[in-house]
Structure formats: structure tokens, C-alpha cells
Ligand binder design. Sequence first.
Ligand code: ADP
Ligand code: MG
Length: 527
Amino acid sequence: MRDDVPVPPENSVAPSAGLLLTADGVSKSFGGVAALRAVQFDLMAGEIHSLMGENGAGKSTLMKILSGVYTDYEGTICVDGSPVRFASVRDAEAAGIAIIHQELNLVPELSVADNIFLGRERLIAGVLVDRRASLNSSRALLGRLGIQLDPEARVGTLRVGEQQLVEIAKALSLNARILIMDEPTSALSPAECQRLFKIMRQLSESGVGIIYISHRIDEVMQVSDRVSVFRDGRHVWTRPRLGLDEDTVIAAMVGRSFLGGDRTSMTASGPSILSVRNLSLSVAGRRGRREVLRGVSFDLHAGEILGVGGLLGAGRTEILTTIFGSSGGHTGGAICLDGAPVNIRSPRDARRLGIALVTEDRKTQGLHLHDTIADNVALPLVGRLARLALRSLRREEAITKHMVDVLAVRCEGVDQIASTLSGGNQQKVVIGKWLATRPRLLLLDEPTRGIDVGAKREIYDLIFKLAKEGLAIVVVSSELPELLHLSDRVLVMAEGRQTGILSHAEASEERIMQLAAPRGAAGGAVA
Ligand code: ADP
Ligand code: MG
């Protein structure tokens, strides 16, 4: 064992000591959606056990159960062979389990040291926070990990990769002997990944068990001792990394039922339905005007699907709301529909021009949960009075029935209340309500968020079908596999600017991530 290895003092377990953690028959659902179905998982001391699966496979959900975030589940969890039932994250921490979440959990305004010891500040005489002690401990901890970071630096000024290292230091300051890392490398540079792997190996050599989640199969093959695959909330298998090849893993991840909706990507020619030139948007904030979009230009043809990728806050949603007239800010640039310049100042203008927007949050913006499917679908179609008239003519019902058929909404009937439908079927109703207006241009913002894998496939099929019928579609998605699967071309945004448009052939997760990286992260040091 090397002497720069951070050895968790009290809880350290020799690698031979065997099983640290087991999960047996663990199930969990959210509303009607089963996220985990009786899964098995275990972790040995001193191993790196990777968990792989497509988006929505249930990986994060299991990790949140193991780390005390979710307390409501079925099944048994054992630590060191004894059943445990964590009531909180603190409980799990006390058992030596620390998690680094997919979303970082640091306070940007505080220093590195303060973040590491947040909530566990050392006190002088029981009252004053002993800053010197926490600075010294932080320095020692970072030093042992070989991390070159100033403990006094404000976390908000660090790059994402560096913030990730602070999270790791924080987890280790808890003397974790079970470390869960949920997609830690999705925002890291290759050099930062390698540094992280080195630290992971050092930790595992000291007896820490690591659960590593990543969708990058090359990384998983490089770093793991064992690999488990989940699919649709189920455990597919667990195998030693040795002797395993990438194709076997991928086949297990996607199963027989791949994303579905086979479609040869189209390269459109001829006149475009939508043409956007130099689109910009600025909004009023507390600190004056802020530019949220700049220099966005693209064309979109009938039957074409344009994906929009980028990190959170990159301006993806704003492209849609600017086109739809609902951005609420100052807009600039030119929009042409069928070659004619248009001036869209409100959603009403947009609707009249044949544009539909399905917003990200269907619960608050897209769907009237307490109304029936029929009422929801008819809603944007006509004004309320006309709706009553329509109803008396029973046309509304006919239209709705037709939509429900077209969309394959699983329901008892068009009078079923929307809130009682599953997430996927709710989303179909939202899309259906807009399709009833017969749009030419459909804007979709995160169309499958919060929907289980099976229903996602149905939404993909629907989107393909609509494109085939000649609709032009713009779809914003945070899920790279989804973006790659759906899009004929992918427009990538970073910090409000368009950084590239990739053809279907050019687009890959790596290319999109490169273009999505903020300049600060790509260009090295940040002040
Ligand atoms: P993964 O991490 O493998 O991508 P998750 O565990 O995040 O998968 O999600 C599994 C399933 O549970 C998905 O269908 C997802 O939409 C659903 N889900 C996860 N968290 C929640 C939540 N807080 N509320 C509702 N559904 C959720
Ligand atoms: Mg996840």
C-alpha cells in the first residue's frame, strides 16, 4: 500500500474482508412509474463496481436509496452483513456511505474548505468556527489526494472538474468506506478523468468500495473490477470486467428493445419551413440586461428533426420560447416561415402561424391535470365559447378520439381525468393538444423528462411519425442518447451562443460535449 493513500482511519476494511454492501430485491416507484424492480446489487471492499444502463434504467434511484436520500422503498439493504434502514443521508454517512451526485451539491459562495466541512464545522470553545483547523484539515486532505487546489478559493470560481474534486474530498472527509459516484465524469476533461481514476484506484487499494456510474463505456472498461447492467429498472447481470467486451455490455444495456422507431436520417433539400438568422434575446434581471441568446442561425425543412443540445442554462429553451413569442425579453434577428419574414410577438401570433410549443414542465404549463383528456386536447383549439358550441356538436369528442388513436394514449376513454394517466400518456396528451391545432412547426422541450423507458420509446415513435407526415420539429433534450437518436442534425449551444451544427453522421456524445463545454472549462484556468 502506498503511503500517499488516504486511509479512512476508523472504518477501514481490508480488501479481503469481503462484502461491504448488499441490496436484495429492491423496488421503488414514483407515482405509477416503476423505477426499480426487485434489483440485486453488491459491493466488495476494495473494488470498483461500475453500474451501467441507459438513461432511466434506475441507476440514480438505487444510489439515492443506498445513500439515505430515498427512505421509501421495498427490499433489503445490508451493510457488513447486517440489515440497515437509513432514515436520512446522515444515517447513511454514519455507516460510512458517501455519495457524489450527478448534480453537484456545493455552495458556490463558500470556500473549498468551508464546503468540505459544511455542517460539520470545527468549533473553538464550542461556539466560534475554527477556520484555521478546517483550512489545515482541508489542505492535508487535498494534499493526500494529490489535488492542487487552494482551500481558501471560492468554489464558484472553480471549473466543474475541480468542483468534482472538492466533492470527493468532502466525501472522504467523512471517512467514507463506500463511495458512490453518479456520473462524475460527464463534465470532466480527459485529463481530469485520468486524475479522478488515479484517485479512485488509490482509494480502492486502501479498502474503500466504489460504485461508479458512467455512460462512457471506455472509462468503465478501464477502471472497473466488476460491471453490472440495469435495464428498465431491472438488474440484467453482474460480471467481472476481465473477459468482458464492450459489445456484450451494450447489448445488455439496450436489450432487444432498442430505442425503437427505426428511421433513416434525412438530409433535406428544397425550401425550408423555418429559417432563423442571428437570433438574439436579452432579458431584464436584477443586475440590468442580460444577454441569453446570441447569433443563433439555422434552417429547418419539412419532415426534419433538429435537436438542440447543451448544458443547463446554455440557452436551449430560450431558442424555443423566442421563436414562440413567449421569451418575455428583447429579441433580435430574423425569423422566416416558408420564406416570408414574420414578426412573432406573442404565443398567439405563433399559434396563428402554425407553431406549437410543448414545454418542459407539462404539469404546470402544458396540461390541465384536473380536466379530462378531451378538454385538454380541445383547449388550444378554439376559444372557450366556441368550445361549448363544439361540444354540443360532439365534434370535440370526435377530434379527441382521433387524437387519442393517433397518439396511442393508453386510457379508459377521452373523459378520463388527465392526472390519472401515467407520465408518458400525459405527455402524449400534451403533444396531442398541440397537434389538434395542425401546426407545421413543432417545438419540443425535453419531451421525455420523467417518463419511463417504455413510454419514451412510444414518444420517439410518435415524433418520427410526425416528422414523416411532414412536420418540422425542433427538440431540446439533455439526454445525449435521445438527442442522437432523434435528430437529423444537432445544434449545440454553450453560454447562449451557437457553437456548432452537427449532421447526423458527425454527431456523437463526445462531439456534442466538446461543443457544449463553456469556454472557461475548455480553455483552462478560470480566475
Ligand atoms: P438513471 O439514473 O439510470 O438514468 P433514474 O434512477 O434517474 O435512472 O430514473 C429511473 C426512472 O425513475 C426513470 O423513469 C425516471 O424518469 C424515474 N424517476 C427518477 N426520479 C424520479 C422522481 N424524483 N420522480 C419521478 N420519477 C422519477
Ligand atoms: Mg442518473
